[in-house]
Design a protein around this ligand. Structure first.
Ligand code: PEP
Ligand code: MN
Length: 268
């Protein structure tokens, strides 16, 4: 890892279908935390697409802290995600938790997510390094930037150049928010790495009210994209309702981040 403080590295452009991440456009990925049922997913997908998102998020395999919490629908959830995405013209991002599921998830999804809890699961990193689909690598909740970049290196060395880094907040002494969103890491990664950087203000804060301000700040810090939890009925969500935006809130936010992005382009 070479350090070039102050100079930005050219960004690798990661492509999936018509979506280019790191190519200059602000790419927004949005949808529910988990795939719950097909009706809710259709509703979420139509709403986020209408607001300008280009990638639908939704977990079929959920890495829950408690084994008693909803673990996701598994393979039927993957099939639902694919159906809804094809029907709405969106690309998809979904988490893979287990090396044994990588091939199956890659058959269904456009971007494979490695979650915070698996950032240093080297077997899983090597496995997604062998596929020909982009990987969204979330920062481990207690990982330094260096450890995160070394985790990315596992995927790159295994032969997959299409890695997207995702800042999703880290654990600090602060408990007022779910995590502490490290936006300095976004700008730092632009100096240290040539990989696109996406910010997750939903897990980064855990609070619906903070998602919009942190999204705006992330774009101003140079993020190539955002991944945001949106649910048509947050109170009824199977997981992460308190940090999920309603479709109305999301569509308002999209107008704001577009303006920030335009202002950023004027600075160049
Ligand atoms: C998620 O994106 O739903 C998720 C579980 O994220 P993280 O791995 O960042 O906690
Ligand atoms: Mn979630």
């Amino acid at each position: 890892m070479s350090e070039q403080a102050g100079s930005l590295k050219p960004c690798r452009v990661v492509r999936t279908g018509p979506v280019s991440i790191g190519g200059g456009d602000l790419v927004v990925m949005a949808g529910p935390c988990a795939v719950e049922d097909e009706m809710t997913l259709w509703e979420a997908a139509h709403a986020v697409r209408a607001a300008g998102a280009v990638v639908l998020r939704g977990g079929a395999y959920k890495p829950r802290t408690s084994p008693k919490a909803f673990q996701g629908l598994g393979e039927p959830g993957l099939a639902m995600l694919k159906r809804v995405a094809v029907g709405t013209g969106l690309a998809t991002v979904t988490e893979v938790l287990d090396t044994r599921d990588v091939e199956r998830v890659a058959e269904h999804a456009d971007i494979l997510q490695i979650g915070s809890r698996n950032m240093q699961n080297t077997a899983l990193l090597k496995e997604v390094g062998r596929i020909k689909k982009p990987v969204l690598l979330k920062r481990g909740m207690s990982a330094t930037v260096e450890e995160w970049l070394l985790a990315a290196e596992y995927i790159l060395e295994a032969g997959n150049p299409d890695v997207i880094l995702c800042e999703r907040g880290i654990r600090t002494f602060e408990t007022a928010t779910r995590n502490t969103l490290d936006l300095s890491a976004v700008s730092l990664l632009k100096e240290l790495s040539g990989l696109p950087v996406v910010v997750d203000p939903s897990h980064g804060t855990g609070r619906r009210s903070l998602v919009a301000p942190m999204s705006r700040a992330a774009v101003a810090a140079g993020a190539d994209g955002l991944i945001i939890e949106v649910h048509p009925y947050p109170k009824a969500a199977a997981c992460d309702g308190p940090q999920s935006l309603t479709p109305e809130e999301f569509s308002r936010l999209m107008l704001q981040v577009r303006k920030i992005k335009e202002a950023m382009l004027l600075l160049k």
